[in-house]
Design a protein around this ligand. Sequence first.
Ligand SMILES: [Zn+2]
Length: 399
Amino acid sequence: MDSIILYKSRWIYPVSSPPIEGGVVALSQGRIHAVGKEKEVRSHFNGKLRDCGDGVILPALINAHTHLELSALRGQITPGLGFVEWVKALLALKEALSIEFLIQEMKWALEELLMSGTGAVGDWVSSIQSIFLSPPQGLIKRNFYEVLGFLDEELNLPDILNEKNPIHPSGWIFLGAHAPHSTSSSLLRKSKNWTRERVLPLSIHVAESIEEEQFLLSGNGLWREFLIHRGKWNSQWSPPGKTPVEYLDSLNLLDERTLCVHLTRAGKKDIDILRERRVHTVVCPRSNQFITRSLPDLPYMTQIGLTPAIGTDSLASNQDLNLWGELEMIHRSFPEIDPVIILRMATWCGAVALDLQDELGEIVPGKKSSLFFLPLGEVSVKDLPLAIINSNGIGLEWI
Ligand SMILES: [Zn+2]
């Protein structure tokens, strides 16, 4: 086969299978052709050999949830405000900025993602300009168009989303219905119907804050006051008296094409419902710490097999878009979770969450050659997954 290049490294970690010592991965025309022990791969493929040296070749990381439109807000909001005060601070800052400025900062953010080893990003967008912003080569951007409105509103989508086959060079366009406490039940249902008809994922922020939970259980609290203050209160509305997860389940919103983000307040019963409905999930630990000083019950989620993808969320609630920071926090906060699972969350689970499982997430023949080399010192197979997490991605190079 023409133009095959063989990349060799002390370790190759396909993620979906154990690490290969002295492995080689054969790449050609942007695809993986083979992976295995050097002797075995070279007996089938003749190509130029590049020895990357001591370290590991890994599949690209996947940042499954962010809002790049908020990148201009980096460092401008005080951590620990709580959800409602954080929303107020965010809106005040964002509403004072022009779309042109926001787009310029998004371009920097896209470069930052790529430099930290991210090969795909799930980005919530609220403007046509953001949809049309092309990512740099090597980074796939999946757009979730944001639907938001507590008053009973129509699903008003830009024309590009209403085309029969909404494929665009900058990536597929999915929907993101904001949250159960910020978006009316009818708008939530309309969003789900729209994505069901097109067999596309619907993402939604769920169980992020105590204010959301209080509001859905009782109809009271800081969120109700916020809606009244914003002129968005619906006097016909009555609280469902359910947790956010139970409420979405009662609306028939939860299925294998629903992507639930955060789940900071989700209890074991909620998590059981999500698993039963086969939903996909994303956690954003540093953002949760920033806004609400709390974390989701990841040990229980991973224990019952509801293994989430990972997102950084936006620069309005995180210091950077570097997924390695999330890996470090997950390991530090939950040392009982096997580092093998944490690495799967950052790669394979992200690919599944963004409907990219046929392209990314693991090193197997046929997938995209979206791989990087990470230099590491002497490390045993047993210690390799934790050494990868502890490296913080320093020195990684795309191959
Ligand atoms: Zn978000």
